[in-house]
Design a protein. Structure first.
Lengths: 130, 132
């Protein structure tokens, strides 16, 4: 007899029962930053279409993006971008089968965070220095 | 008819629904990695271009984006990034949305969004480039 729905079977324990670890937090952040970047592409397409549309449209975008809130969002976007990039590089290492030992993977996880924050600050300093 | 013989252990319902191996192997994983590798240098180029743009007025911005090298780097970034984000969002949807209808609708929206963002950006860059 063919079953018609999902089987009633025990499910594996999920996130909430585990003590948070840095590798787990970085994994979650990788997905969250990825999803944020998905929607963040709207910031880019709006700016590009405004630039192609003319000076008044671009002026409006510049005013919004240049406001305090706009800068805050762009700062967050740049961190998400760098964090997802660094997390991706970590995944390349893992894809080769390397870096999965406990000590190494902890270092890689912390390294991802330190590198992403460092790059974000570097970009911000470059922006301020002009 | 499928290749499965009448002695197959698959249930008729399973066969009708087409459940089982998707026969796509590591295709999704591989495309995700290829675009990810491309995204690393392209993201760095993108950030540098945005930093340069932030210091320019309208005329200066049009001139910068109109430069062939800048336009090509932006186009490559847009192409690789939108492809990559479509693959990633697909996994997120498949992980969290279990209602079949909702899932299919969201997967379609995902594709529409990625293509719309990619095409609109590419059109804007090309318009600026070819106008100059």
């Amino acid at each position: 007899m063919a079953r018609t729905g999902p089987a009633e079977r025990p499910l594996s324990p999920h996130l909430q029962i585990y003590k948070p670890s840095i590798t787990m937090v970085m994994s979650i952040l990788h997905r969250i930053t990825g999803a944020a970047l998905f929607f963040g592409t709207l910031l880019l397409v709006i700016a590009l279409v405004a630039l192609a549309s003319g000076s008044s449209a671009y002026g409006t975008v510049q005013a919004i993006y240049g406001s305090f809130l706009g800068k805050l969002v762009l700062f967050g976007y740049s961190w998400a971008l760098f964090h997802h990039m660094c997390g991706g590089i970590r995944h390349f290492v893992w894809d080769t089968g390397a870096g999965l030992e406990r000590g190494t993977r902890m270092k890689l996880a912390w390294g991802t965070l330190v590198a992403s924050l460092g790059l974000t600050i570097l970009a911000f300093v470059a922006y301020l220095a002009g | 008819m499928s290749q499965e013989s009448s002695t197959s252990l698959r249930t008729p319902l399973g066969r009708v629904r087409g459940l089982g191996a998707a026969k796509s192997g590591t295709d999704h994983f591989w495309k995700s990695r290829v675009t990810a590798v491309a995204n690393v240098p392209l993201t760095i180029a993108f950030v540098v271009i945005i930093l340069m743009l932030s210091k320019r007025d309208y005329a200066g911005a049009v001139k910068l984006v109109g430069q062939p090298l800048v336009a090509i780097l932006l186009l490559l970034f847009i192409g690789s990034a939108t492809y990559h984000m479509r693959l990633g969002m697909q996994v997120i949807i498949e992980d969290y949305v279990h209602s079949e209808g909702k899932k299919i609708a969201l997967l379609m929206l995902n594709t529409f969004f990625a293509i719309a963002v990619g095409l609109a950006s590419a059109y804007a860059i090309l318009k600026i480039g070819f106008a100059g």
